[in-house]
Write a protein that binds this ligand. Structure first.
Ligand code: GLN
Length: 313
């Protein structure tokens, strides 16, 4: 650590917490600033608009945060701005389902093969009838129903997990969830497909409602760096020391993120960037280098990987 730095989510305010003296600036912050600056010219693409509320997102917000496995968060840009976690929730819900039921049980119901298709493709594996993997929507809806509801909705357990990972209460953006549900026919179609193949032990509409609320949890880039860092740290939250996932679950999850986390761009991502990662349709991507750091960036909403690529190249 650099002089004045503290381990914990408030590290890197730029001044010493007690004396208010300016801290010696870590070169990591300069590096992150340079990444944010060097991707400022990116103006291609457009915010996702199939969820009406997402279309209203400010595409000029940008941030990048990196959390080292000692729990120090380095951030640049709008790192405390809240936005919805969307598909970056999928790995964590998957890990929770594995912790609840064991890996074999979950593997019986959701595969681990890259689909090579878009995230919302209306298809199941024709041979097994399972969703191909837990990162595409079919697999994520099935996975959500595997999270045990201990006398309260599964989504509440997912929220508690997010809060433990981020070290602060994480809440749902209910307006956004309602907006997605209004136009959620495709996810409903997937849930009915799963139900018809005997792969959904729940009412399809209830499964989609729970899954959509999971995706509508509001987080910041700083939160997501800590969340990813917990995976880099073998399942232990680096600041609280709480073990949230077993090593075996974490290792399995990181393999699935590496092979399936970027959907039909997974191969391109793995060969050009090379770390387990997950994207979200609200405009970000999150990844980690096991045993080193977790990282999250929210570049302009329409180019979720531009800042990520800059960070790693
Ligand atoms: N909630 C979104 C959906 O189901 C998540 C998609 C994503 O982030 N790729 O369509």
């Amino acid at each position: 650590m650099w002089p004045g730095e503290e381990s914990g989510r408030d590290a890197h305010r730029g001044t010493d917490r007690k004396t208010g003296e300016p801290l010696l600036r870590s070169p990591i912050l300069d590096y992150l600033d340079a990444i944010v600056e060097s991707t400022g010219h990116v103006v291609s693409g457009a915010p996702a608009d199939y969820i009406p509320e997402l279309a209203a997102a400010d595409p000029d917000r940008v941030a990048v945060a990196l959390c080292t496995v000692n729990g120090t968060v380095y951030a640049s840009g709008d790192a405390d701005h809240e936005f919805s976690i969307q598909s970056m929730s999928k790995p964590f819900a998957y890990a929770l389902a594995i912790e609840d039921h064991g890996l074999e049980y979950v593997l019986d119901r959701v595969g681990v093969e890259p689909s090579g298709e878009a995230f919302n493709e209306l298809s199941l594996d024709p041979e097994t009838g399972r969703p191909r993997n837990p990162m595409i929507n079919a697999g994520a809806i099935a996975t959500h129903t595997l999270v045990r509801d201990d006398q309260r909705p599964a989504v509440d357990r997912v929220l508690d997990l997010f809060s433990d990972l981020a070290q602060r209460p994480v809440r749902i953006d209910e307006g956004l969830a309602a907006s997605e549900l209004e136009t959620g026919d495709r996810n409903l179609g997937l849930a009915y497909l799963l139900h018809a193949s005997g792969r959904l032990g729940q009412d399809p509409a209830a499964a989609v409602a729970g899954y959509v609320r999971q995706c509508s949890a509001n987080v910041t880039v700083r939160d997501l760096a800590l969340m990813a860092c917990t995976l880099a740290n073998g399942g232990v939250q680096p600041n609280t020391g709480q073990r949230l996932f077993s090593r075996r679950t974490t290792r399995h999850l990181l393999s699935v993120m590496a092979s399936c986390g970027m959907y039909d761009a997974a191969g391109d991502w793995l060969t050009s960037v090379g770390i387990p990662a997950k994207s979200g349709v609200a405009g970000g991507s999150s990844g980690c280098s096991p045993a080193r750091w977790g990282w999250r960036c929210s570049p302009r909403a329409w180019t979720p990987t531009a800042t990520a690529r800059a960070a790693w190249s």
